[in-house]
Design a protein around this ligand. Structure first.
Ligand code: SAJ
Length: 412
């Protein structure tokens, strides 16, 4: 069997490597020529534990190669991004559409197409439409019958960044076929490395299931963030409260923080909201609560600085990544808070981020300095934004004049 995987990012590359490590010939496609070049040298362009070794071995064994164009294969997997179109959080599926168009000339009878990109409900149908237009000579899977020449299924990824290589193998997977035979064909392909259960359904339910999983986590975190505001008002430690409540056998509340970041939980719920705005009230509200939490933290810092009555206050922001122990700053609430504070208090902000060597340009331009933890801990206002291991393992003592704003509850 030969696979062609379109999109070699955070999901496409680990998936390509996993298939290749299981003896399947994989042809990866990416529009970024530097990414293609790096992979063909056996190197990787993202940080993910355990991935580099597997890619190196598979490239050496000639089971994995990359190119800017698709090729003939037995199965095509689409793992391209689905960002927002505009500030209204409308999903942009144009990369999926372009990928579908690009593989169309290479399709042959008996091929399977699998969409993995997180997508609004109906996107797999849209892929079917594109292929039908481009290849009228082939019978594409349709809902009404199992009689087809091209099989098409939706199979979302569920892996947690930082644990991708482990979770790709052990997590259960949902596979939604346009028709039953497509779900079966796609299942057979993932069985090459997935040890978890493979649960078959239709394409729309599988699309909605991916969005539901992330929206569920977003709503749970929003509940925790709302509790954190209420507890602040009532002078109750919210982390101790949640710990106690979670002792109930049917309660499992997540942790509050400075807001929700990353490319999944803060994004996917909007795909539900934009499809059914009049119905997705709770999901929409959760998004607003989580985004509002970052503004609340900024307000806390501003109030603390005002109270200091110091003409040259120093503010230290601890952590810039979107979650602990990674170097990923994408959609990070900590990065946004640090940026906003540096605009409000020019030359007053220093940052600590143990997982990066260089600050992003946006922060440098605002005069933010990357400093050591030791240097940061003497600032007038210390804002703990990410519960990195380096911070969790210490218990600093602050003077009466210093203010600590601990958004993760590790030094409270
Ligand atoms: N966060 C909190 N409190 C918590 C847990 C998380 O504030 O108790 C924040 C984090 O700090 C971070 C954000 O939420 O800013 C998201 O982090 P995360 O670890 O919850 O999730 P992601 O975005 O790294 O990965 C999620 C996972 N989805 C679920 O757990 C339902 C992962 O399994 C998905 O594959 C991934 O989204 C994806 O690609 O969709």
């Amino acid at each position: 069997m030969k696979l062609c995987i379109c999109g070699l990012g955070y999901i496409g590359l680990p998936t390509a490597a996993m298939f290749a490590a299981n003896g399947i010939e994989v042809h990866g496609v990416d529009v970024n020529s530097q990414v293609v070049e790096r992979i063909n040298q056996g190197k990787i362009h993202i940080v993910e534990p355990g991935l580099a070794d597997v890619v190196q071995k598979c490239v050496d064994n000639k089971l994995l190669c990359a190119s800017d164009k698709p090729c003939f294969a037995d199965c095509f997997i689409i793992c391209v991004p689905t960002p927002f179109k505009n500030d209204n959080h409308e999903p942009d599926i144009s990369f999926v559409e372009t990928a579908a168009e690009s593989i169309a000339p290479f399709l042959r009878k008996g091929n399977t197409i699998i969409l993995e990109s997180t997508s609004p409900v109906g996107t797999t149908d849209r892929v079917a439409e594109i292929i039908k237009i481009k290849r009228p000579d082939l019978k594409i899977a349709s809902e009404s019958s199992n009689d087809c020449e091209i099989y098409l299924a939706y199979c979302p990824e569920r892996v947690l960044p930082g644990k991708i290589m482990e979770e790709l193998i052990k997590n259960d997977r949902v596979i939604g076929g346009i028709n039953e035979i497509s779900a079966q064909k796609a299942t057979a392909i993932y069985k090459n490395f997935v040890k978890g259960d493979i649960l078959q359904t239709d394409a729309k339910t599988a699309e909605m299931s991916k969005l539901t999983e992330n929206a569920f986590r977003d709503v749970n975190i929003a509940f925790a963030n709302e509790l954190s505001l209420i507890c602040d008002k009532l002078n109750i430690n919210v982390w101790k409260l949640i710990e106690l409540a979670n002792h109930h056998p049917r309660v499992n509340i997540l942790n509050p923080g400075p807001g929700v970041g990353g490319h999944c939980i803060a994004v996917d719920p909007w795909f539900i909201v934009s499809k059914t705005p009049e119905l997705a009230k709770l999901i929409h509200m959760a998004r607003n609560i989580n985004d509002g939490k970052s503004e609340w933290v900024e307000k806390q810092v501003k109030e603390a600085v005002e109270k200091l009555n110091n003409k040259e206050p120093k503010i230290a922001c601890l952590g810039l990544a979107f979650k602990p122990d990674i170097d990923d700053l994408r959609e990070s609430p900590s990065l946004k808070i640090t940026f906003d504070l540096s605009r409000e208090f020019p030359s007053a902000v220093v940052a600590v981020e143990p997982n990066i060597c260089n600050l992003p340009e946006s922060l440098k331009l605002c005069g933010v300095k990357l400093v050591s933890l030791e240097e940061a801990l003497v600032a007038d206002v210390v804002v703990l934004l990410v519960d990195h291991q380096e911070f969790k393992t210490i218990k600093p003592v602050f003077s009466d004049k210093q203010v600590l704003i601990d958004t993760r509850g590790i030094w409270n």
